[in-house]
Design a binder for this molecule. Structure first.
Ligand code: NAP
Length: 303
């Protein structure tokens, strides 16, 4: 069965190239005819791994092509997910399966509500990749992709294809807990690195702020029924800060490069969920407002 991959960005290209190079059928879904022409001019997708380059002439088409889609890897940003799914909804078969690679929370719910008949598998990845040119992806960080389906706990048979392609993965029956935990860690670190314009390790100088955010995040997780995701949160945030001390957070990188952030699906989602659950989150709300003002001052979207 063909792997349709929507979004030839960093993660979409990382998946597409690894699946295609072991001979699995892959088709890229690109935004429009202009992007498709640019792709053909590039001669395919290039994967840069351990300093070695490999170009793969993977088949590609625009999202509005007409052949049916049974398996779709949705590899766009969270804020593009719903519009992207709208663009291909008419092509999905009745038994279609989607893998949602988006970071944070909120976009998965938008997609599952838009496609009530489709199986949506949620993913949380610790792999890292970035684009160093058009249709070129650099495999920057080894990791694992956790996959799970909160409604149907049985793993799909195609996980064997990920093994065949050398894509590290694990099936999780607690995928929402994993997504919440990752979101909480992100909320405690990334916005502060933007506002203090610092690398992760420099948050050591702002321990009290980090601790206060973790206290509120823990309360929110409990209120959302995510007790496991709340356990030892501050200690893990401290461990992440130490382990990634020299790194610039993804949000700080986005702001530095003038790119839109996924704020609405991270800190924005936490604050919205606090309102919904009736949990006061004064520190997180103030942080969200400061971050939004910071983004607006730089001409970036604040959602
Ligand atoms: P990215 O490099 O910006 O790639 C997203 C791609 O989606 C772009 O190529 C974009 O096309 C395409 N796209 C958006 N809307 C589309 C549409 N309607 N039709 C066709 N293509 C469309 O993003 P990414 O870094 O791969 O991130 C994807 C998700 O994975 C995010 O939620 C991110 O947080 C998460 N994630 C990323 C990493 C990483 O290391 N990169 C790691 C973990 C998680 P255009 O170029 O035409 O706009």
């Amino acid at each position: 069965m063909t792997w349709h991959i929507l979004g030839a960005g960093s993660l979409g290209s990382l998946w597409a190239t690894r699946l295609a190079r072991v001979g699995l059928p892959v088709t890229l879904l690109l935004r429009d005819a202009e992007r498709l022409a640019a792709y053909h001019d590039a001669g395919g997708l290039t994967l840069v791994e351990n300093g070695r380059e490999q170009r793969l002439a993977i088949s590609a088409q625009t999202v509005d092509a007409s052949d049916p889609i049974r398996r779709l890897l949705l590899a766009c940003k969270a804020y593009d997910a719903l519009a992207a799914v709208d663009a291909i909804a008419h092509r999905l078969t009745a038994d279609a399966e989607l893998i949602l690679l988006q970071n944070g929370l909120g976009s998965q719910q938008q997609v599952t509500e838009r496609l009530p008949g489709a199986r949506c598998i949620l993913a949380s990845s610790t792999e890292g990749a970035y684009r160093d040119g058009p249709f070129r992806v650099v495999f920057a960080g080894r990791g694992t992709t956790w996959l799970g389906d909160p409604y149907h706990p049985a793993p799909p048979a195609w996980l064997a294809e990920l093994t065949q392609a050398g894509i590290p993965h694990a099936w999780s029956d607690q995928i929402q807990s994993r997504l919440w935990r990752k979101l909480a860690i992100n909320c405690a670190i990334n916005p502060l690195t933007v506002l203090h314009d610092c690398r992760n390790g420099e948050l050591d100088a702002h321990q009290d702020e980090v601790a206060g955010l973790c206290t509120e995040l823990g309360g929110l997780l409990h209120a959302c029924g995510q007790d496991e995701a709340a356990a030892g949160l501050f200690e893990e945030v401290q461990r992440v800060i130490q382990a990634t001390a020299a790194n610039s957070s993804s949000m700080r990188q986005d702001v530095g490069a003038g790119r839109r952030t996924e704020i609405s699906y991270l800190l924005g989602h936490a604050c919205a969920e606090g309102l919904r659950q009736g949990v006061p989150l004064p520190r997180l709300t103030a942080l969200l407002q400061s971050l939004q003002a910071h983004l607006r001052a730089r001409g970036l979207p604040d959602t």
